[in-house]
Design a binder for this molecule. Structure first.
Ligand SMILES: Cc1cc2nc3c(=O)[nH]c(=O)nc-3n(C[C@H](O)[C@H](O)[C@H](O)COP(=O)(O)OP(=O)(O)OC[C@H]3O[C@@H](n4cnc5c(N)ncnc54)[C@H](O)[C@@H]3O)c2cc1C
Length: 406
């Protein structure tokens, strides 16, 4: 791997730095995702798209910047924005999961209708996959859609639906062909959360916030053209979305940023006048984590290279979600240990805790446990890595279990 920039990329780096110098002061505060973007963030997102720092490779006809994929440019943007602590653009399930799915298998009309407002942050999506009896064994979903009077009519119940309490739209996995084998009986629908018959009930997590929801459907009517691919192709489409979800969850940029915050915390936190970064136990844990984050960044560069060459990274892609979430959780665990009692008191602050550093670390620590589960649990990821990546024998199938995305 040659880590030196060519003249072209050095010039690009200078261009990004100049953008940050001129516009950085208008950036919204970084972090604080998982809510509807405010006006300032929406304006910032538009500016980023205009200059090619968000929606960079999305075709212009769909509202993106239309640049050819270039792994080094992508890495330079992430690096420079991260270093300057400037908002890197909105990241949510619509932008990181649905948009790439539509670009891969959606129709032209679907891309024209939904990609532009989604990447601008104007339409917020939620993911309607999990049900009380279908989590890891996702293909067992029971929410039904039948065709009546030129519409799909949906009835059923979803659970753990992040952002449904403020989302405009949902991408929904449901059963349309009950007589076919379970993986072939599913369809992937796009529906407005304002459709009559949808009831959203928030669920409070141990972070103290209502981050996800139960969603109930009673005779919810969805136009027939709001299906991605055709009836019975839902499993295939859902797995394309899951692939993008898992790549996003283990993202190296976020880990690098978190490591920087951790270093600052260990410098600023003192016991008997000595900063924790100088205390042997904290120092050795930090150094180990720092090494692993660096390795993760190198891994990310390899994946970007595969992507630019149009090659399937195989095993290299399969380890991203598992490895990235475990590492992220260990970083926040060290921060919580460093905060000691102060960290623990932040637990009870719930919704008000947002701008408090200790509470933010605690929130990350608790939320990260959720990330080990969401998008396919660590156990399921290990199964997938073993079976699909390393070619180990398949685990015995037990009725009622499955393997999300398997
Ligand atoms: C923070 C968070 C956000 C989420 N957001 C969404 C969302 O937006 N939309 C959505 O649809 N879902 C969402 N989910 C749900 C998530 O995808 C499911 O929780 C997950 O797939 C696991 O399903 P389950 O909860 O039904 O657990 P189960 O499938 O019941 O699993 C229970 C335990 O058994 C283990 N297990 C199950 N099967 C196997 C097996 N074959 N081999 C080994 N171990 C196994 C699991 O690893 C787990 O430890 C979210 C979850 C979290 C925590």
């Amino acid at each position: 791997m040659d880590l030196n920039f060519s003249e072209k990329h050095r010039a690009f780096q200078a261009e990004v730095r100049e953008f940050i110098r001129r516009h950085g002061p208008a950036s919204p505060k970084t972090g604080g995702g998982r809510k509807r973007p405010d006006r300032k963030t929406l304006d910032w997102q538009r500016l980023l798209i205009e200059h090619g720092y968000a929606g960079r490779t999305i075709p212009r006809e769909y509202g993106g910047y239309g640049a050819a994929p270039d792994v080094l440019e992508a890495a330079i943007i992430a690096e420079e924005f991260g270093r300057a602590n400037v908002h890197p653009g909105i990241m949510n399930q619509g932008i990181s999961m649905l948009v790439p799915t539509l670009l891969e298998v959606g129709t032209r009309e679907q891309c024209e209708r939904w990609v532009r407002p989604t990447i601008r942050g104007e339409i917020i999506w939620c993911q309607g996959y999990s049900e009380p009896e279908a989590g890891s064994d996702l293909a067992s979903v029971r929410t039904r859609a039948v065709v009546e009077d030129g519409h799909f009519v949906v009835n059923g119940h979803k659970i753990w639906t992040s952002s449904a309490h403020y989302a405009d739209m949902m991408f929904l996995l449901c059963r349309t062909e009950p007589d076919k084998p379970k993986h072939e009986g599913l369809s992937y629908l796009l529906l407005s959360m304002r459709t009559p018959g949808i009831e959203v009930r928030p669920l409070r997590t141990m972070t103290g916030r209502a981050e996800f929801n139960e969603v109930f459907f009673t005779d919810v009517r969805v136009p027939l053209d709001q299906i991605v691919m055709g009836r019975g192709h839902g499993w295939h489409v859902a797995n394309i979305t899951l692939k993008h979800e898992r790549m996003g969850i283990g993202d190296a940029g976020k880990l690098t940023h978190r490591l920087q915050r951790l270093v600052e915390l260990l410098r600023a936190t003192k016991v008997d006048g000595v900063p924790l970064i100088a205390a042997a136990e904290f120092r050795s844990r930090l150094l180990r984590l720092q090494g692993e984050v660096l390795a993760w960044r190198a891994h990310n560069l390899r994946l970007l290279t595969d992507q630019a060459r149009g090659e399937d990274p195989g095993l290299r892609r399969l380890i991203v979600k598992y490895g990235g979430t475990v590492l992220g959780h260990r970083l926040s665990a060290l921060a919580v240990d460093a905060l000691g009692a102060e960290g623990l008191t932040a637990l009870s602050q719930g919704e008000d805790a947002q701008d408090d550093d200790a509470a933010n670390w605690n929130n990350d620590y608790l939320y990260d446990i959720g990330l080990l589960i969401g998008g396919g649990t660590s156990n399921i990821q290990r199964n997938i890595i073993g079976e699909r990546g390393l070619g180990l024998p398949r685990e015995p199938r037990v009725p009622g279990t499955g393997g999300r995305g398997a």
